[in-house]
Write a protein that binds this ligand. Structure first.
Ligand SMILES: *[C@@H]1O[C@H](CO)[C@@H](O)[C@H](O)[C@H]1NC(C)=O
Length: 293
């Protein structure tokens, strides 16, 4: 994402991105209050430095969560998150876009905690028209509890891309032409939450949350949203096609990005619904078309 913009920018006389991109990208480091409001357990969110950072707190009473003020059709969404450190087994930190209806669309990042020193799992999923079952699971190539890392979604008419820092870890193209539903007409809100899921999260539920280690804290900053704000009946977002995320450079991954995705598949992928023949006997059509296997 960032790297691609950088190429666009530096390619032409080294002018800064904001000048070069046809439509300016909104700033990445904005305070919580600009784009988000708490959803539940308001007293379990702590604001630091005037809301430039926020911490979600999970204890034995409750977890907590927040959601975007607006609803969006397409755009670029990113967040820097530092996952719950130490013994985080049983906890799940989620960051996802979701529409609010029953046949809902959803684009999910879920970070499954672990015992101290054991690796987190990042699970992603895509729901379209209420249908999911598209799980992928990867290990990260860094310890996500040590520093902030950026987790981003690019969503336009052509593709949905999940990024970890600059690396595309998943692509879901608009494969409407081969009969795969794509989120294109239902606005979504961005959500994040931290909760206890020790019935399934760590080693399939074998590892339980150790409440003597509570409170569990996930830290956030960079509450970036650059999307087309929409209400349920709005069609402007789907037709205007003039935003930066609609430009050619963002309609498909480039060669370098496909190589990075392949690297993630080869070295860090531990589960991919695309290759789970036991559960899904024929490979889903989007997997072939997306070159994400
Ligand atoms: C937790 O650690 C165990 C042992 O290394 C590993 O098998 C598992 O995939 C890790 N992650 C989760 C979320 O269970």
């Amino acid at each position: 994402m960032g790297s691609k913009l950088l190429v666009l920018c530096l390619g032409l006389l080294g002018l800064p991105c904001l000048v070069m991109a046809a439509a300016p990208m909104k700033p990445i480091n904005v305070p919580f209050q600009k784009n988000y409001v708490p959803t539940w357990a308001f007293d379990h969110i702590k604001y630091i430095n005037g809301g430039t950072e926020a911490q979600l707190v999970l204890d034995k009473y409750t977890g907590t969560g927040f959601q975007s003020r607006g609803s969006y059709l397409f755009g670029h969404f990113s967040m820097d998150i530092k996952m719950v450190p130490g013994d985080s087994a049983g906890t799940v930190t989620a960051y996802y876009l979701s529409s609010q209806n029953s046949e809902h669309d959803e684009i999910d990042f879920e970070f499954l905690g672990n015992r101290s020193g054991q690796p987190y799992i990042l699970q992603t999923n895509v729901f379209t028209g209420g249908a999911g079952n598209r799980e992928q699971r990867i290990y990260l190539w860094f310890d996500p509890t040590k520093d902030y890392h950026s987790y981003a979604v690019l969503w336009n008419m052509y593709q949905i891309v999940f990024f970890v820092d600059e690396v595309p870890i998943r692509i879901f193209k608009n494969n409407k032409h081969i009969g795969v539903r794509f989120p294109f007409n239902q606005p979504m809100k961005m959500y994040s939450s931290l909760w206890n899921a020790d019935d399934w999260a760590t080693r399939g539920g074998l590892e339980k949350t150790d409440w003597s280690k509570a409170p569990f804290i996930a830290s956030y900053r960079g509450f970036h949203i650059d999307g087309c704000e929409a209400d349920a009946k709005d069609s402007v977002c789907a037709t205007q096609g003039k935003r930066w995320w609609d430009q050619k450079a963002f309609q498909d991954l480039d060669g370098i990005q496909y190589r990075r995705l392949k690297w993630v598949r080869e070295k860090y992928t531990i589960y991919n619904y695309c290759t789970d023949r036991a559960r899904i006997p024929t490979m889903p059509t989007e997997c072939v078309s997306d070159r994400d296997v």
